[in-house]
Ligand binder design. Structure first.
Ligand SMILES: Cc1cc2nc3c(=O)[nH]c(=O)nc-3n(C[C@H](O)[C@H](O)[C@H](O)COP(=O)(O)OP(=O)(O)OC[C@H]3O[C@@H](n4cnc5c(N)ncnc54)[C@H](O)[C@@H]3O)c2cc1C
Length: 387
């Protein structure tokens, strides 16, 4: 996104992507109303909404068997009052297609950045590899938007603050039946935290486990996993037949961390490279896009005029640190106070069922309160705009 925005402003941009395609793994699905506002400000909303997607106006959870509304997006002060559920790569492909129409934008796929190149302490470009060939690329500024395992962040030696995460996520797909309930939802039972995302012709499922618990799930075997899910979610019994091999489970290790300094001379990190996000709230894509919008607004003019200073890079960090800090704080609280507690709770039938958390009861009784989580998820902290 940042490459597109800078190229639109006349800056010459080269984007390197190490895969032949944008990473088609199990990462995020949710495109938020504030990101849709950005797409609208670019004049692309109508075209974007032609892509296959699902619209979610309300988030609901099933907590100990009770259906509870969690967030109501229908009153947001945004153009679109819904979340768009769409695989992240479809969104990236869409933006890349727009960017490639610009003469000063180049996308090099299957090009992996392997190191930063320096003159003294100043970063002057990157070294990259592509299908066995090495190449050097010069740049006035290298932007590390290379995710949680960022090579740019590491090579620049930027200091990281780690907040730990008590959970990991096993992702897998389940076949979707025409008669299935068609709502993306989360299911909470003692010892079980499970999310099903409607991807049209299949369910994308997130099975949340305690940190490092992936080996235990594998050791227990597939029948045990199926039985455990079918016990609490009997409506899934038939769908679970499509889970035939433990290799269908993809472990994603959750991390929450951020850089205390996002830049060094000639280099800046944004998105997960600057702040790895937990999947809680599904806000990571949004935050990465908002970073890109802010960075483009602040950097386009000095990059175009080739007079970029450290103060410009610092201005990006200053603008985005507050929303990052607050969002990660909320994620850490939810991980510790809600998800970890649910996972620690015994799943014994004989045991009395824990109570639905009071905050959820309040939202159930006073639906107006559902607008608060909707605002935090859908708009976030300090939404950014193109102009
Ligand atoms: C399990 C899980 C589920 C999540 N679910 C959601 C969700 O539902 N909604 C949501 O909003 N967020 C979600 N998130 C968070 C979200 O995925 C990230 O916050 C978001 O993708 C960050 O975007 P990014 O562009 O900074 O990094 P990434 O999306 O990680 O993109 C980095 C890109 O850089 C490329 N790259 C990496 N290294 C190199 C290199 N050396 N050279 C060249 N290219 C390179 C990669 O191929 C990739 O395309 C989830 C995260 C996890 C862990």
């Amino acid at each position: 996104m940042l490459g597109f925005l800078l190229a639109r402003a006349g800056v010459r941009v080269t984007v390197l992507e190490k895969h032949a395609d944008f990473l088609r793994d199990f990462r995020g699905d949710t495109i938020h109303p504030s990101t849709l506002d950005v797409v609208a400000e670019l004049g692309l909303l109508e075209e974007f909404l032609q892509l296959p997607h699902q619209q979610v106006k309300q988030l609901v959870g099933e907590v100990y068997g009770e259906r509870i509304p969690l967030a109501d997006f229908t009153h947001l002060p945004t153009r679109c009052r819904f979340l768009v559920m769409m695989p992240q790569w479809d969104f990236l492909d869409f933006i890349a297609r727009q960017a490639m129409q610009l003469p000063n934008f180049t996308l090099l796929q299957q090009h992996e950045v392997t190191a930063l190149r320096r003159r003294g302490t100043q970063v002057i470009g990157v070294a990259a590899g592509s299908r066995g060939h090495q190449l050097d690329i010069d740049a006035d500024l290298v932007i590390g938007a290379d995710g949680r395992h960022s090579i740019v962040r590491r090579d620049a030696g930027l200091p990281v603050e780690d907040f730990g995460a008590p959970i990991d996520v096993l992702w897998f797909r389940l076949a979707k039946d025409a008669n299935d309930r068609d709502q993306t939802a989360g299911y909470i039972w003692p010892g079980l935290f499970f999310v099903m995302i409607d991807r049209g012709d299949y369910w994308q499922c997130a099975y949340v486990i305690p940190k490092g618990g992936g080996d235990a799930v594998r050791a227990a075997g597939l029948p045990a996993l199926r039985a455990r899910l079918a016990h609490r979610l009997p409506f899934l019994r038939d769908n679970l037949e499509s889970l035939t091999d433990l290799d269908q489970l993809k472990l994603l290790e959750v991390q929450v961390n951020r850089l205390t300094r996002w830049h060094a001379p000639g280099v800046l990190c944004i998105g997960d490279a600057a702040h790895a996000m937990s999947p809680v709230g599904g806000v990571g894509i949004n935050l990465a896009i908002q970073d890109a919008v802010a960075a483009a607004r602040i950097l386009a003019a000095p990059l175009y005029a080739r007079c970029l200073s450290t103060a410009d890079l610092q201005a990006v960090q200053q603008r985005r640190m507050f929303p990052t800090r607050l969002t990660q704080r909320m994620q850490v609280v939810v991980q510790q106070q809600v998800i970890s507690r649910v996972l620690r709770a015994a799943g014994d039938e004989a045991e009395s069922m824990p109570r639905v958390p009071r905050i959820l009861r309040l939202i159930q009784r006073f639906p107006l309160l559902g607008r608060i989580p909707a605002r935090l998820i859908g708009v976030g902290v300090r939404p950014e705009h193109i102009a």
